[in-house]
Design a protein around this ligand. Structure first.
Ligand SMILES: CC(=O)SCCNC(=O)CCNC(=O)[C@H](O)C(C)(C)COP(=O)(O)OP(=O)(O)OC[C@H]1O[C@@H](n2cnc3c(N)ncnc32)[C@H](O)[C@@H]1OP(=O)(O)O
Ligand SMILES: CC(C)C(=O)C(=O)O
Length: 554
């Protein structure tokens, strides 16, 4: 790389737009969407779609709800031409959908394109030619006046040919290609030339691309506001934008352009397209959705859409891709997990969505909460206990969460890998043996204010009396082990329901006033669950005083 890049690269000149209004605009409705997956997306594929992939993509675009679809470049190849003919001949275009096709401003290609549309109920003919200086000079070798002649001649030809097919409802789309790199006055002149050649007042879409994204998105917004001031109120004119993503700001460019007055957005699903891709329509649509604006496109099964796009394009969608990637609703890090867990616990169904780190409810897109929290060495107690609660119904009390997370952390330090909910549950069972039958011949008997407990524990008869069963068994253990055992805290909850319902009990014990640890018990009977929890806790303390599973507290 150069130490002085200014010797090779020039910054884009800002637009001197007085009183720009777009920074204060708020988006309150969805634009008209045009999918160019079958054209701009397709032309950028290593292997362009065959007829069957094209049809699958087309059918999916209809299911999503696109009302305008650029179905191809019929003069480019027989596959493209035949696909278009199939849609028309087999009447596969719904009444509320308009197809669009593209052609360069070249006579023979325009003729072939209009011919390919014969019999279509409605169609948008999309003519483009580059207008920026480098293209004028290097690609076409034309002056501005010659470029305008090209526009005029091409659009007049389109008009002549389409006038001869009155059974079709025609709209012209004119794209001054390379708009964002061109002088605004030249782009405007090209658009005025196109409008005049097509006929003032007839339906025309002025489609303004960042063919190659070259500046910060605010510059594009200025360019769009400038064009809107000039053209938006003219009869028949729709202002459309077609952002690419070379600087990684295609979404921002589209959103700011909408704020600046654009009515329509062209793009591809998940941002497929030339180089770094076209604007990702899913991204813009779902950004609107998270602001409470209905996008008019249905992504309620986003994984199915992604799978179909990956099949048709033969390209993967990144695990980090906004809204659709495998990992985008997943938190590994402890503080994120903690916040998500607390917010889910506090949330009522009717609440406005306000879950930290989750800008959208994954369920709205057909994703489950299962993958929201995953545990690795960056995780903490919040994530671990979230998984145990969501997958196994275990509601660990806070201090047990702390104790158990250290056990998990040690396991992670050894393995260094992610632990699934299943792994964590297995570890919990190994550490606490909640279902262990640690007391045999257990009997409790209440006399007046007192309860007596008798049992066989580790082959030895134990018995004690107290003000309740837990207190009585605690006394029994003190006698049997010679240790001092105190119950500091006790929690219980049910898991499951009906005949399968079981009680979970968690007791926090203080042993010999020097160690604190938990015991966990599970039983159909709530009292037995509590007594098992106590026995399991004492067992952990007595059997494995230096065990890795025991946590000494000061
Ligand atoms: C930004 C965009 O996405 S624009 C869309 C681009 N998409 C595609 O190109 C996909 C389909 N394209 C094709 O199949 C072919 O390129 C065709 C059929 C259109 C043309 O093929 P060819 O005639 O072999 O020409 P080629 O591909 O080399 O195109 C370059 C020629 O077209 C001219 N040209 C390029 N764009 C345009 C345009 N918009 N209007 C008029 N002429 C154009 C070039 O100046 C060049 O002309 P020259 O040969 O006289 O120097
Ligand atoms: C709108 C057309 C010409 C296009 O694909 C582009 O400029 O990127």
């Amino acid at each position: 790389m150069l130490s002085q890049p200014a010797s090779k690269y020039r910054p884009f000149a800002p637009i001197r737009l007085a009183d720009r209004a777009w920074p204060d605009a708020v988006l309150t409705r969805a634009p008209t969407w045009l999918s160019t997956d079958l054209r701009d997306g397709n032309q950028a594929l290593v292997e362009p779609m065959d007829a069957s992939r094209k049809m699958r993509m087309y059918e999916m675009l209809l299911r999503i709800g696109f009302k305008e679809i650029e179905v191809g470049f019929p003069a480019a190849s027989q596959i493209e031409y035949d696909f278009l003919r199939k849609l028309i001949d087999e009447k596969l275009i719904p009444d509320d959908v308009t197809i669009q096709v593209m052609t360069p401003a070249r006579e023979e290609l325009i003729a072939r394109t209009i011919e390919s549309l014969r019999g279509a109920p409605r169609a948008i003919v999309h003519v483009y030619n580059a207008v920026a200086p480098a293209w004028r000079e290097v690609v076409f070798g034309m002056t501005v006046a010659e470029v305008m002649e090209l526009v005029k001649g091409s659009i007049e030809q389109v008009r002549r040919l389409t006038d001869a097919e009155p059974q079709t409802e025609w709209t012209l789309q004119y794209s001054p290609e390379t708009f964002s790199l061109a002088e605004l006055e030249v782009s405007a002149l090209a658009c005025e030339t196109a409008i005049a050649a097509w006929g003032e007042g007839r339906p025309i879409i002025l489609n303004l691309p960042t063919t190659v994204e070259n500046a910060t998105p605010n510059v594009f917004a200025d360019q769009i506001e400038w064009m809107c001031r000039r053209f938006k109120n003219q009869p028949g004119v729709v202002i459309s934008v077609h952002p690419h993503n070379d600087r990684g700001t295609g979404t921002a460019a589209a959103e700011l352009a909408l704020m600046a007055g654009a009515d329509r957005v062209e793009g591809c699903l998940f941002g497929n397209g030339e180089r770094t891709g076209n604007l990702d329509v899913v991204n813009v649509a779902l950004n609107l959705y998270t602001q409470g604006v209905a996008p008019g496109l249905d992504f309620s099964d986003i994984d199915a859409v992604r799978a179909e796009v990956e099949y048709c394009n033969q390209l993967p969608v990144s695990p980090r891709h906004p809204y659709a990637g495998d990992l985008v609703y997943t938190s590994f890090s402890g503080s994120h997990q903690d916040a998500i867990k607390k917010a889910f616990a506090a949330r009522r169904e009717s609440d406005v969505w306000n879950i930290p780190y989750l800008p959208i409810d994954p369920k709205d897109l057909g994703r489950s909460y299962e993958a929201v929290i995953r545990v690795n060495s960056q995780s903490g107690k919040g994530g671990i206990s979230y998984l145990l609660e969501h997958e196994y119904g275990l509601q660990l009390p806070r201090r047990l969460q702390i104790e158990f997370s250290q056990i998990v952390q040690r396991e992670m330090d050894v393995g260094g890998k992610e632990l699934t909910a299943q792994d964590i549950h297995a570890l919990f069972e190994r550490a606490y043996h909640p279902a262990q039958d640690s007391l045999q011949n257990l009997e409790t008997q209440a006399t007046g204010d007192e309860v007596q407990v008798r049992a066989i524990w580790k082959g030895q008869a134990v018995s004690g009396t107290g003000n309740g069963p837990v207190d009585a068994l605690t006394q029994a253990f003190c006698k049997a082990t010679g240790c001092q055992v105190r119950v500091l805290d006790y929690h219980e909850h049910a898991i499951g329901s009906g005949a399968d319902a079981r009680a979970m009990a968690y007791v926090e014990l203080r042993v010999n006033e020097e160690r604190t640890l938990f015991g966990v018990g599970m039983h159909h009977d709530i009292t037995f669950a509590a007594l098992y929890a106590l026995a399991n806790g004492v067992g952990r303390a007595a059997l494995a005083p230096t065990s890795q599973y025991e946590v000494a507290t000061a």
